[in-house]
Design a protein around this ligand. Structure first.
Ligand code: OOG
Ligand code: MG
Length: 262
């Protein structure tokens, strides 16, 4: 670690204020170029602890930048992870208020819910599928606190990987009798197809993203408890939305999930 506790707390405070007050900032590595990976996750952790201290519950995890489409779109080269707080969850068919966000984008994702503990190192697709209770279609709404979504990996990790809202819905399915690589997704905005893809876009197999997450957490002595909701990362590029938009995600044999913006 290169930053002292004071700087970490100050950066967490500043980034969380940007989130809660819906305003943007420049990427934090501009001011702290010496920041390392541990500093970045320490800032994310400090943001999490601020929310917990205010009475928020942490209800899940997310993997991000797990597809080539996303890495290319954001100009970065390695997956990252973040946390999901209770108030990020939007009911299926619900409405997101644009005034609470900065410049939201939507992403099609496969959500996993675990039924047993996952602990790295050594987790692989098989361990993930064995520990998966069911999967569900999910739309993640990301909202980077950095101006124009311009960031590097350390800055985005500190910003809890642009997490902001998510909606799960459609049909839950056990993962063991589905081929998650060929699972097709179609995302529509106002009835027009804006993105489509298949599960294999996520690290070759979406369960690989969950295994990676368990292994990264394992390095820190942490595990993924049973009953955790995990977003495995966008299958396609993220798409910008505006007030009045209605987003619908169709997932093969799993129905659809939708959300509106006003
Ligand atoms: C970072 C978050 C990426 C995903 O699914 O790849 C992410 C960003 O693109 O702002 O959530
Ligand atoms: Mg995402």
């Amino acid at each position: 670690m290169n930053l002292d506790k004071n700087s970490i707390d100050q950066l967490a405070d500043m980034l969380e204020k940007c989130e809660l007050e819906a305003h943007d900032t420049h990427k934090i590595t501009d001011d702290y170029p010496q920041m390392d990976w541990d500093d970045a996750y320490a800032i994310q952790e400090a943001i999490k602890q601020r929310k917990i201290a205010r009475g928020c519950r942490i209800i899940g995890l997310k993997a991000g930048l797990t597809s080539h489409a996303k890495m290319q779109q954001m100009g970065v080269s390695m997956p990252v992870f973040g946390f999901l707080a209770d108030y990020f969850s939007v009911p299926e068919g619900g409405t997101v208020r644009m005034s609470e966000l900065i410049h939201p984008k939507v992403e099609p994702e496969i959500a996993f819910v675990t039924k047993s503990v996952l602990k790295g190192p050594g987790c692989h697709i098989g361990s993930v599928l064995a520990a998966t209770d069911f999967i569900m279609p999910a739309i993640e709404i990301i909202d980077s606190r950095y101006r124009d979504f311009k960031f590097d990996l350390k800055s985005v990790i500190a910003d809890n990987c642009s997490s902001s809202r998510f909606v799960v819905g459609g049909r839950m399915r056990p993962a063991d009798n589905l081929d998650l690589r060929t699972l097709g997704v179609v995302m529509e905005i106002n009835g027009e197809v804006v993105a489509m893809g298949a599960g294999a876009a996520v690290l070759g197999h979406p369960a690989a993203a969950i295994a990676m997450l368990a292994n990264l957490l394992g390095e820190r002595g942490e595990e993924i408890p049973a009953g955790t909701l995990i977003l495995s990362g966008a299958i396609t590029e993220a798409v910008m939305v505006k007030a009045g938009d209605s987003v619908n995600l169709r997932m093969q044999d799993m129905g659809s999930v939708s959300v509106r913006f006003n």
